[in-house]
Design a protein around this ligand. Structure first.
Ligand SMILES: NC(=O)c1ccc[n+]([C@@H]2O[C@H](COP(=O)([O-])OP(=O)(O)OC[C@H]3O[C@@H](n4cnc5c(N)ncnc54)[C@H](OP(=O)(O)O)[C@@H]3O)[C@@H](O)[C@H]2O)c1
Length: 285
């Protein structure tokens, strides 16, 4: 990689950040596009977030991704927030235009692009979303926007109810319902569903034997999207496939949300396959 006086800096703010796959993915894309950028990790402690954002302005950093735990708190430090990011109160991408910082969220669209690249259009599908945290919010808003009927199922039922309430008030009542994770309710909902999305961290490395729903609920004809991408094949994905369902991990979402960020910063279409190969190489090694 050739760093020149003219090279534009991109990066990711996180705490921790050393595990982030974004530098590998973005630098591979930058090299393939032959553009004068570099992407670096920035370890930003929660108390330093405001000063780190000022640093983006002061150092003319062209753009940054924002990851855990800064996605919500960063909002107060920015000049402008996209409608989508404001709705879910989460920013994962900052674009610096001459010192004016705009916050966007590419998580929901990244999920949708990835899922539709696998399975085709999802508009109008019946979806059960497991979890009601940050990623569930981004994904549920994206799915509701294309007319999906949603059931939000969460361990803490009140959080599911809160999310369903905001979705119903925005997109029209009745399309979104909230349930807990009890087997009987989930069994009915998943039997009727086209798509099951796991947005909980259950099954993530090192607890690789974890599975967020009982295996007996997985049926042929169900599409299963597990946001967890480490391990490369989660228990949920392998159990779903062995029962005849089509299932993928969240690697695609990781790639597409990054691709959308890169497109916002550079104005060029991102090289998806280059980004995928770069990440797969790291995950396998
Ligand atoms: N593929 C991607 O690009 C991508 C992007 C974003 C996130 N992710 C992954 O998605 C997962 C969630 O991230 P997030 O930012 O949404 O986290 P979050 O805001 O902390 O939400 C976590 C959710 O998981 C639920 N949960 C946690 N442990 C559970 C358990 N043992 N049993 C049942 N439910 C449990 C929580 O339920 P309660 O409300 O009851 O606590 C909550 O709904 C992580 O594994 C993350 O790595 C992947």
């Amino acid at each position: 990689m050739n760093v020149l006086g003219s090279t534009k800096i991109l990066g990711v703010f996180g705490h921790p950040v050393s595990h982030s796959l974004s530098p590998v993915m973005h630098n591979a894309a930058i090299e393939a596009l032959n553009i004068d950028f570099i992407y670096v990790p920035f370890h930003v402690l929660p108390d330093d977030l405001g000063r780190a954002v000022d640093g983006v302005r002061a150092l003319s950093v062209a753009g940054v991704n924002v990851t855990i735990p800064h996605k919500e708190r960063v909002i107060e430090h920015l000049d402008e927030i996209s409608e989508e990011a404001l709705r879910i109160r989460s920013v994962n991408t900052i674009i610096n235009t001459g010192g004016w910082l705009r916050g966007e969220s590419t998580d929901g669209r990244g999920f949708l692009r990835s899922a539709e690249a696998e399975w085709g259009k999802l508009g109008g599908a019946s979806v059960v979303v497991l979890g009601a945290g940050g990623s569930a919010k981004a994904i549920s808003f994206a799915l509701a926007e294309i007319g999906c009927k949603l059931v939000i199922a969460n361990r803490t039922r009140e959080r599911a109810e809160e999310l369903a309430g905001s979705l119903n008030s925005l997109f029209g009542n009745g399309k979104v319902s909230a349930v807990g994770l009890d087997l009987d309710t989930l069994s009915d909902e998943i039997r009727r569903a086209d798509l099951l999305v796991n947005t909980t961290s259950v099954g993530m490395h090192p607890d690789v034997d974890g599975i967020p729903v009982s295996t007996e609920l997985l049926h042929p004809g169900l599409l299963v999207y597990d946001l967890v991408y480490n391990p490369a094949v989660t228990r949920l994905v392998s159990e779903a496939r062995s029962r005849g369902a089509k299932a993928v991990t969240g690697l695609g979402m990781l790639i597409y949300q990054g691709a959308l960020s890169l497109e916002l910063w550079t104005g060029q279409p991102a090289p998806i396959e280059v980004m995928r190969k770069a990440i797969e190489k790291v995950i396998k090694s």
